[in-house]
Ligand binder design. Sequence first.
Ligand code: MSP
Length: 655
Amino acid sequence: MDKSYKNVYITTPIYYVNDVAHIGHAYTTIIADMLARYSRLTGLDTYFLTGTDEHGQKIEQSAKQRGRTPQEYADEISGKFRTLWDDFDISYDKFIRTTDEEHKIGVQKAFETMYNKGDIYKGDYEGFYCVSCETFFTEKQLVDEQFCPDCGKPTNIVKEESFFFKLSKYEDKLIKWYEENEDCILPRSKKNEIVNFVKGGLKDLSISRTSFDWGVKLPESINEPKHVMYVWLDALLNYITALGYGNKEENMNYWPAKVQLVGKDILRFHAIYWPAFLMSLDLPLPTHIAAHGWWTRDGEKMSKSKGNVVNPKEVADAYGLDAFRYFMLREVPFGQDGDFSQKALMDRINSDLGNDLGNLLNRISGMSGKYFDFKVNSVDVEKFHKKELDEVNEILENVESYIFNMQLNRYLEDIWKVLTIANKAIGDYEPWAKMKEGKTEEAMALVALITNIMAKVALLLDSVMPEKISKIADSLGIEINTDTYNKLIVNKELLDETTITKVEQLFPRIEEVLLEQASTADVSKAEPEEKAKAKIDQKKENDEESDNLITIDQFFETTLKVGTIIEAEEVPKSKKLLKLQVDLGEGKNRQILAGIKEFYDAKDLVGTQACVVANLKPAKLMGMLSEGMLMAARDENGLSLIRPETPKKSGTKIS
Ligand code: MSP
């Protein structure tokens, strides 16, 4: 192992508290946990950070919708994340919340430092803001002049006084960093996207807001009480405030981070803004920013509205936490998207875990028990199995290099190659035949070879499946610790004499999916679609997240009316927009811009009716005012406007 560094700091993104944890959050956290456990086992001083991101307009809005204060709401959801990670035995050293006092002090200190350096100035921001992604966009970046290019939701027009960070100043320095540090962003394909983006030119970044309150105030020395910090500045700084930055600095010796894990959707913030902020603070940059792909379900993005979100706790409870961890780490090459299905998980459990790993352990206890009263010694392994030992050591020598390069599935694939060598050796050397022939030494050498391979594998899999590996270790009579790691892995030594204990089947075979399909939204092909859909609907009704339901009063906050389309024309230069004059019975028509050009000819719409959201704040699209929104439904066959079944008077209320 490369010991050129002493301290290893691993971070996950901090999770927004507007949603409960799903498989995507679990994925990031499990990867980080694996790295941290591995690093600790090798003897490195390791610090592992996770936590929750609690400020910003999105959280403020979510809390309001539920009639709660942002703090109450954040407390509840943050608590749920923490409980889940505790249930999952995630070995974090610190769980940070951006509402922690120490964090806020650190963030203000950082702001002040950047300001004093001349990297922050005051100006006016005018542009578009996606509350869901908490991201600013220029008009050019929007999709169809209105929608967020990342999540597809409508953006808001923002015009307010703001402080700006001189991101443009760091363009060349960032490019130099990318060039000089080949693996600073992993995987490399993702790095190329970032480098190209930065080479395209960086604009200064708006880093304060005045239109809402739920955020860290600017430092008092700046005397701008109206401003709160942009949530991404606040959030990114958690990685250093967690170590005491701007405060007691008690753990700053862990900085810079070894690996900062993120999902691909938030790589831009971490690979551009974050290093620029660090440069401004004169702090060193992380070794790796590693972006993983997204988990989908049946090839579809998971979302609450589709009811297809995979609940990690349910999956772990049904199939076992360690199996779930193994599946997530093995199934998809880091950086690529993965698709969750119970079938794929079952296959991994039955084949990799049950057959290759679990059965091998049973064979060790079976053979050692039958022939040697459970006592195994390694004295003759070198003599009879040098070839196998060399093969195993050669593979294991290289697996370590995969870890911090985030080639975690290759790490596991190679460990499975080693298990194959062990399983194959049993068939090749037939210890039962050796015993019959009286070649006891050879039979013992074979059993000891397998036991040693299992012990080495156990050490390397401890970070992946800590609970099951502790059972394997008990069975082999070994301890999983740095000393054993150094002896068996680093120094390639063999076990001293050991006594095997019988254990129960570690990964019993699973014949049928264990979860109601709807609850993981894994609709099996065998199941009639209708039945599955009914289950999903039922699940939605029963969903314990009933706090997503709205009251009738909340529903009536939206005014829906029947509108008659009086005029319709195409908006020049727009692929999507039609400009409509709609009569809502108000004496004066409303101008509404609707993104339906691909589906309707303007002339066919005149005289027809549609349901209109009538109390929407007017917005400008392509410089034109839009005073409402037509309701429509869209699926793979196209889009249809929602209309009354029989004509109704213009302006009739819909309820
Ligand atoms: N709060 C920000 C991060 C700030 S870090 C300074 C945030 N939070 S999040 O809760 O929305 O997302 C956290 C992580 O979960 C991201 O890395 C994101 O990529 C990951 N995932 C969310 N959905 C996912 C999948 N469906 N699949 C895999 N990971 C996904 O962004």
